[in-house]
Design a protein around this ligand. Sequence first.
Ligand code: ZN
Ligand code: ZN
Length: 471
Amino acid sequence: MRVPLWASAATLLIALQPATVAARDTSATRIPDEALAVAPQLREAALASRLGYEITESLTTEVGPRMAGSEADARAVKWAQAKFHELGFDKVWLEPVTFPKWIRRSESGHVLGENAQPLTLTALGGSPGGTVEGEVVRFADLAALEAAPAGSLAGKIAFVDYRMERARDGSGYGPGSRVRSRGPSEAIEAGASGFLMRSAGTDSHRNPHTGITRFDDGLTPIPSAALSVPDAEQLTRLLALRPQQVRMQIDAGWDGEATSHNVIGEITGSSKPGEVVLIGAHLDSWDLGTGAVDDAAGVGITMAAAKLIADLPQRPARTIRVVAFANEEQGLYGGKAYAAAHADALTAHQIAAESDFGAGRVYGYSSSAPAHAAEADRQIAQALAPLGIEHMPGKGGPGPDISPFAAQGLAWARLAQDGTDYFDLHHTPDDTLDKIDPDAVAQNVAAYAVFAYLAASAQGGFGSGPKAAGE
Ligand code: ZN
Ligand code: ZN
């Protein structure tokens, strides 16, 4: 075959390039060929394993719902500790996490008068108890409530009827959850004595979605609850007929402090045990379902991934650390405690990834890798590609529990899960094991195992280190 002159010139340039690059940037991170050669066997072993699903089944069945600070939360900590030991992790320990404890006792809602009927609702986490009766004032979205003049809702119940959008990447949850976090305080500013919202969810079942809310300092909290989607639609139809009086009765509230634990298990690295690749999920859940997709699946995925790495004939150079974080749901308490407890070891943490978006398949990979780690990042993406995972540089951000540490400079990776159906189940009584596909969990385990193994085998870092001021 005739080779045109320009091609041989290009070939010559390419041949010269590696030496030039090496001379210019000796700190470029690379993954050794031997580690890349192990990735396919690790991937196949994970795809053939049911371990991730079995761990998820164990947590959701033996412990069930495990709201932060509850008796079940303490059992979940014991469960995680025992599971790490059972799986043969080299080191297992607990780190305390203290937070205010919120309790839900009972909740109900009724339309009064001519169209009297029950409403299915659930208190938002952080809501005070109380019985409120008043005329309902509907707002199409949060902005409409924000525009309500001070005092205009005196003696009334504010109702925000915002419809959350379904999306693979969960992008509808930002505006949906903002109604929950900001709505109650906005309602109080306008004088309301109660707050109702259409659930931040995408299902059409009579299951309300709970989740934490927070009241601005200086405001007196009011009973705050989410209606199931069909109940919100029913209330909207009733309001189209005539003004409606609603009674909401909530028995819930804060009850002192509780201490739970981040539960940590480690597979010790063979030659650089002080350098850590962190993967994890949160151990706590809301109380309505059994916390299967949120976030027992994440616990199962990351524990199983590390266990499969431990089963390889040769350990990676670096340590794989799995963290089951305490109390993510009520304010990232476990993630904040971890970042505070390990601040001195920030740079030793090479990179971290959290699984907290259900049990759907991973479709995208991205990370915070800086230019000097771009080649290693590409190598990881290439090893993930056979799992149907696309490299999406520059997309996404760190998982919730690693975000406090990432804010200090921890490098992160994101294995983006398909969340199209996640908000049908999220924070509802329907978040149970039967919704989980074991094959999808296995694909997640494969993705986490390959990512963690390659990151733990890399020569060079992924950019973790204290951030300069203003960075
Ligand atoms: Zn979660
Ligand atoms: Zn959650």
